[in-house]
Design a protein around this ligand. Structure first.
Ligand code: CP
Length: 316
């Protein structure tokens, strides 16, 4: 394993280097080997304490972070909006400072407010890991997506990756755009114009409004969830219209090369951006993405808080 990551927090992929992404992915592949052993637990984070603060719902991110922490032998606690003094009017900052006073090494935070993890990181010496902040970033999702792509193709550089759907409201899309472009992929975006504004081209991606053109020559198709909870106005006339022009179907994928990967970060709105029959597409890796989420989150926790960043012995 290469030498360690020299940063306190993982707030997003916008401000992280290609070398750091490569390091996190390389360690994630090592962690995946650990997860194949009969005893899937290593002592790397023994004595460390991780606090999960999820103020928005989550299935995949929360459970895989918890599992990652447990596989690394860390102690974990949870603070949620429905069970904490937040209900009595305490602020998120006060909540963090009070829990931090008990001796926390890392906070894993999901919140509807973009930028909250960045704000909180300035008030604690503990590591802050962004598990999704509003419409901003979801760095560990993009890392696990890149791990899945690298696992299948052996590389990321030069691949054509299409991100299709509600890009505007998607923190997954933003983190993937930053990460994939840094890793040398060509990123295309596709969806209805109000959900995929041309402004995204300023980040280095190409925007398409015609599905056939968007799909021509792609290596990876990544569907995105229509984020009903963040749609403050009507961005397309009806679900029927969205399905007709913008949903990804098995026919779309079957017209492409045999090696095209089909991805989705989940949760999927079945019957909107995809129908359930997409699961029979040959290279559908939606659940493999979830599997890789544990390894990626082990890698992130290891690099941020092990305190033995240059020591590879404890994970071999
Ligand atoms: N992909 C993702 O973030 O899923 P959850 O909302 O279930 O964590």
């Amino acid at each position: 394993m290469q030498k360690g990551l020299r940063r306190k927090d993982l707030l997003g992929l916008k401000d992280i280097t290609k070398e750091e992404i490569e390091l996190l992915l390389e360690t994630a592949f090592s962690m995946k080997e650990v997860l194949k052993r009969p005893i899937k637990k290593i002592p790397t984070l023994r004595g460390k304490t991780i606090c999960f603060m999820f103020f928005e719902p989550s299935t995949r991110t929360r459970s895989s972070f918890e599992l990652a922490a447990k596989r690394l032998s860390a102690d974990t606690i949870n603070v949620s909006s429905s069970q904490s003094a937040l209900l009595k009017g305490e602020t998120v900052l006060d909540t963090l400072l009070n829990v931090d006073a008990m001796g926390i090494d890392a906070f894993v935070i999901r919140h509807a407010s973009s930028g909250l993890p960045h704000f909180l990181s300035r008030h604690t010496n503990a590591s802050i890991i962004n598990a999704g902040d509003g419409m901003h970033e979801h760095p560990t999702q993009a890392l696990l997506d890149m791990m899945t792509i690298k696992e299948k193709f052996g590389k990321i550089e030069g691949l054509n990756v299409l991100i299709a759907g509600d890009v505007r409201h998607s923190r997954v899309a933003r983190s993937n755009i930053y990460g994939l472009l840094k890793m040398g992929a060509h990123v295309r975006l596709f969806g209805p114009p109000p959900l995929v504004p041309r402004e995204f081209e300023k980040l280095g991606a190409r925007v398409f409004y015609d599905k056939n053109k968007a799909l021509d020559g792609v290596d990876v198709v990544m569907g995105l969830r229509i984020q009903k909870e963040r749609l403050k106005e009507s961005f397309f006339p009806s679900i029927r219209e969205y399905r007709k022009f913008f949903a990804i179907t098995p026919d779309d994928i079957e017209k492409l090369s045999d090696n095209v990967l089909l991805m989705h970060p989940g949760p999927v709105n079945w019957g909107v951006e995809m129908d359930y029959d997409i699961m029979k597409v040959k290279n559908n890796v939606i659940l493999e993405q979830v599997t890789n989420g544990v390894a990626v989150r082990m890698s992130v926790l290891y690099h941020l808080i092990s305190g033995e960043r240059d020591n590879e012995e404890d994970i071999n």
